[in-house]
Design a protein around this ligand. Structure first.
Ligand SMILES: [Zn+2]
Length: 143
């Protein structure tokens, strides 16, 4: 199920660091912070509760594996995991490495910046290798 008006339904799969039949892992840059990852459920559903039990488990297995991969690459002070979707109501998770000198710390990254903030970019190549180590090769179904 897709929605033509939804930006997450229209993502370019070529930008994914890892993908399978259910999810895409997409990097994003946040000013004053650096690289984060988003795990995006392919179907246009609004809430975790819209998934079957098996789908929820499969999604969270991927979210936690991406957390491990980003943590291994970034060596942050803390990891934040968030599923909001208030502006884009298509189920997705944000996997966010946090640093004591990022612009928002210790607030959520959607809060007002407290300082200019250091920027910690992660290379796509390094993230792809870490995701492959954590999740296996792209395209392998998780159910
Ligand atoms: Zn959508």
């Amino acid at each position: 199920m897709t929605d033509d008006r939804c930006p997450l339904c229209r993502l370019d799969e070529a930008s994914a660091l890892w993908a399978n039949e259910q999810c895409l892992v997409i990097p994003a840059e946040v000013a004053g912070l650096g690289t984060i990852c988003r795990v995006i459920w392919r179907g246009h559903v609004r809430e975790m509760g819209d998934l079957s039990t098996g789908e929820r488990r499969a999604l969270m297995d991927i979210v936690f594996a991406v957390e491990t991969a980003v943590r291994d690459c970034a060596r942050p002070a803390k990891m934040n995991l968030a599923s909001l979707g208030n502006l884009v109501p298509h189920l997705h998770w944000h996997i966010i490495p946090r640093y004591q000198n990022d612009a928002y710390f210790p607030d959520a990254i959607w809060a007002a910046a407290r300082r200019p903030g250091a920027h910690y970019p992660l290379s796509d190549e390094r993230l792809r290798a870490a995701l492959r180590a954590a999740l296996g090769p792209p395209g392998k179904p998780r159910l």
